[in-house]
Design a protein around this ligand. Structure first.
Ligand code: BYC
Ligand code: FE
Ligand code: FE
Length: 467
């Protein structure tokens, strides 16, 4: 069994880890069968499998049946630094074991990260039934097997470094369920339904991008196995985000081309830009909530302990002060009828600092979608809503702000909500657009074709061979 698990963590000579995995792997496969992608399990899918960190390339492409996918365990190559470079322990050696004083916090970070991975697979499980092309179906299933590998990456850490409670947490990863009333996933966005492919593309743009920023900040951790596990996960993440960005871009292109021809997208089963905008509003705001509170003791403790850094904390020229004991983060809030500036001590504001880096990147993505509109020659534009819009967590949580970030009273919010967020009718309309297309090289009517294939294959390659 262990020969079939690609790894660079000496699994072959680690009886303790082998014993733990021997018990966990069958439960993982049972979970995959129960709530993994519905259908396609017996089909041959042209998939990328992570096989190593070496120079010869880290991934292998071939046809594989999903239950035979080789979920592996990898650590990225060692960092340049061998000492801690932020927080209270700067200059001390990086940890290759979990220090007793941070055991609880590290376990919590790893469990929170790990929990999102199977959650997303559960959220996406029905989408294959309505894939707009074979290449899109392949992309979905690629994302699904890789998110499952990310679960493996976190379970490896729990099994190897957290003893009996780690094994217990690893079991619970397979017991919680996205959207379940009694045992839901930990973070809110991972309990929301991903109803259709436009939602999938927005999720992979905005929510997987939260993954990128969280993984990157954990890749700065003093706990070296965590840092190197998350660093490796980032390799796979790039494709997930590209799937999202490209998917929305193709949706927008198709709609814009119709508009340019004077055709109302609704008359041909394509998706109007105002619905695309509402989906952007919904998924970007839900993803902003994933960063936690703008003012957070947890975040301050994580930074002080060296558990979780800022985005690219160690890049030359990025930050001059790595202890972050001085300085304030200024947050603008509307209170008692006027704007006020709230000063948050920098360490307590680490969630905000990370959220700001994320938000800047999201804004650049939306601009790339706008350049599609410009290229096709229609005047409409999409926008990224303000960080204050539709928040449920943190400073702005539960307060009404419009997409431009201006405050409004609860009645006005209720009246306008349907202009900004998808209505039941919008979901229903998009659902009707979702017609599956499984013929190589063909694509559904609501979305433009891919410009190129993947894994060295052309667009019309049979990426899925049905049994
Ligand atoms: N929903 O101090 P606070 C990914 C809780 S995505 C529900 O403000 P803190 C992926 C919080 O637990 C990346 N509850 O924030 C993407 C705390 O509870 P207690 C996932 C929430 O602690 C797509 C309280 O509110 N990785 O990989 O700094 C597909 C106050 O918390 C939420 C990580 O998140 C929420 N949104 O938490 C597949 C990295 N936000 O203590 C995969 C690990 C906060 O009052 N996690 N709460 O009981 C962390 O670094 C941090 O836990 C958080 C922020 C970023 C979540
Ligand atoms: Fe992931
Ligand atoms: Fe991902």
């Amino acid at each position: 069994m262990f020969e079939s698990i690609p790894n660079n963590v000496n699994l072959e000579s680690n009886p303790k880890l082998q014993r733990a995995l021997l018990k966990w792997q069958p439960d993982f496969l049972a979970w995959w069968k129960e709530v993994g992608p519905e259908g396609f399990q017996q089909d041959q899918i042209y998939l990328r499998t992570a096989i190593g960190v070496g120079q010869g390339g880290w991934a292998h492409w071939d046809y594989v049946k999903m239950p035979d996918y080789r979920w592996g365990i990898f650590l990225a190559n060692p960092r340049k630094a061998d000492t801690i470079y932020f927080g209270d322990h700067i200059g001390e050696k990086l940890w290759d074991q979990v220090p007793g004083e941070f055991r609880k916090e590290l376990r919590r970070l790893i469990v929170t990260q790990g929990d999102t991975e199977p959650a997303s697979v559960e959220q996406q499980r029905l989408l294959g039934k309505t894939a707009p092309s074979l290449l899109d179906l392949r992309a979905l299933l690629q994302v699904n097997v890789e998110e499952a590998r990310h679960l493996w990456a976190m379970v490896y850490l729990l099994h190897s470094y957290f003893g009996a409670d780690g094994r217990d947490e690893a079991e619970q990863m397979l017991e919680r369920r996205s959207g379940h009333a009694d045992h839901p996933r930990i973070l809110a966005a991972f309990n929301m339904p991903i109803r259709d492919w436009l939602a999938f593309f927005c999720f992979t743009t905005f929510t997987d991008r939260d993954g990128k920023f969280q993984l990157a900040s954990l890749a700065e951790s003093a706990f070296d196995p965590l840092a190197r596990s998350t660093q490796f996960m980032l390799m796979e993440e790039a494709f997930h985000m590209a799937t999202g960005e490209g998917g929305v871009a193709r949706t927008v292109r198709r709609t814009a081309e119709l508009m340019k021809q004077g055709v109302d997208p609704r008359t041909v089963g394509a998706i109007p830009l105002e619905i695309v905008q509402k989906y952007i509003n919904e998924w970007s705001s839900a993803s902003n909530d994933l960063f936690g509170g703008e003012d957070s003791t947890n975040a301050a403790n994580y930074f002080a302990g060296g558990l979780k850094g800022r985005f690219n904390e160690n890049d030359p020229g990025k930050y001059s002060d790595h202890s972050a004991l001085e300085g304030m983060y200024e947050a603008k809030v509307f209170q008692d009828g006027k704007w006020e500036t709230k000063n948050i001590p920098l360490r307590r504001a680490m969630n905000s600092v990370l959220l700001d880096s994320y938000h800047d990147e999201c804004a650049r993505i939306v601009e790339r979608w706008n350049s599609v509109l410009e290229e096709v020659g229609v005047p409409e534009r999409l926008s990224l809503p303000s960080l204050r819009f539709n928040r449920h967590v943190g400073l702005y949580g539960g307060h009404a702000y419009d997409p431009a970030g201006e405050p409004l009273d609860p009645a006005a919010w209720q009246a306008k909500r349907g202009q900004w967020l998808p209505s039941p009718g919008d979901y229903e309309y998009v659902r009707e657009c979702m017609v599956p297309v499984y013929e190589p090289g063909k694509v559904a009517n609501w979305i433009a074709p891919h410009a190129k294939g993947v894994g060295g294959k052309p667009v019309d390659f049979p990426y899925v061979q049905f049994h």
